[in-house]
Ligand binder design. Structure first.
Ligand code: PSU
Ligand code: MN
Length: 298
């Protein structure tokens, strides 16, 4: 197949050095230009400073790639036609020679296939509000139930039905660990209002749980939920107002399917005049650093 693990990533994996996967939907659909490229490069630098090899995953002109180069990251960051690639979209992009940013689901799939165990991101997809009518539940959840990586996220965004998402994670056999917290984080806010099923406080506790999972042959992910540091969280009143407006706007404009998440994220960024974007970047780079620590502790 026309798939490719970069030389640097392949060499690190072969030598048993720590490697961490990074997604690219955050580049193509999560952040505006030119910040998308800056953040993608900054995330790789965070890992390199830890002695960890970054492996950003994406699809370039039909070629599935694990370990995009800086030039390839730049090309993807400037591509208006880049599609949002979940697992089901990968074969379509490959066959058509299309470019795309890989979602959490697709990145976890390709990372695991390449032998990478740790994958940090910002926010994870989940069960959308009103899902009992629309059936809109992210493929990220199904992927986590089938792919034994250690995933780091800041919980899920309050644009989703957080309680339903936690219920589905339980059904799907995904271990959920609050990192340094008893609360499940709500992305822009440190506490979603729901408890985390378990609490861990160190990378070694995470790797011990992952090793036990692997010893049992459980094929599901371990989800490490790291909250935004409270000094960086979004103001609670602003958050509540923008959330209500964002959900109303999506409803009024009839946004549905894979457009829902990018629409709501973009609405947040615009309506908070960049405050949510700054928070988003803070969260993302913090999660990447924790992912690097976990990979190094493995
Ligand atoms: N949630 C966020 N930020 C993101 C995404 C989700 O807080 O950038 C992106 C991720 O790539 C995730 C995808 O995998 O959106 C989920 O989209 P959907 O809800 O359509 O499955
Ligand atoms: Mn969806």
């Amino acid at each position: 197949m026309d798939s490719y693990v970069s030389e640097e990533v392949a060499a690190a994996l072969a030598a048993g050095r720590p490697v961490v996967a990074l997604e690219s939907t955050i580049i193509t659909h999560g952040l505006p230009r030119p910040r998308n490229l800056d953040v993608a490069v900054a995330a790789e630098e965070v890992l390199r400073h830890q002695g960890v090899t970054p492996a950003t995953v994406g699809v370039l002109r039909g070629k599935v790639t694990v370990g995009l180069s800086i030039d390839e990251l730049r090309t993807l960051s400037l591509d208006d036609a880049a599609i949002k690639c979940s697992i089901r979209d990968l074969p379509v992009a490959m066959a058509r020679g299309a470019s795309g940013g890989t979602t959490v689901a697709a990145t976890a799939f390709l990372a695991h296939r390449a032998g990478i165990k740790v994958f940090p991101t910002g926010g994870l997809g989940g069960v959308h509000r009103g899902a009992s009518q629309t059936y809109d539940e992210s493929a990220d959840l199904v992927a986590l139930s089938q792919i034994p990586v250690v995933m780091v996220s800041a919980g899920v965004k309050s644009i989703l039905d957080v309680g339903a998402t936690l219920e589905r994670l339980e059904t799907l056999n995904v271990a959920v660990l609050g990192y340094g917290t008893d609360a499940f984080p709500g992305f822009y806010i440190a506490d979603s209002g729901f408890p985390a099923p378990f609490r861990v406080d160190t990378p070694a506790e995470v790797t011990a749980i992952a090793h036990a999972r692997d010893a049992l042959g459980i094929e599901a992910a371990v989800l490490v939920a790291r909250p935004v540091p409270v000094e960086h969280q979004l103001d609670a009143d602003l958050h509540a107002q923008v959330l209500a407006d964002a959900l109303a706007a999506a409803d009024a404009q009839g946004i549905h399917g894979h457009d829902v998440t990018p629409f709501l994220l973009d609405f947040f960024h615009t309506a908070t005049h960049g405050a949510s974007e700054a928070t988003n970047v803070e969260i993302y780079l913090g999660n990447v650093a924790l992912g690097g620590q976990i990979a190094a502790a493995w």
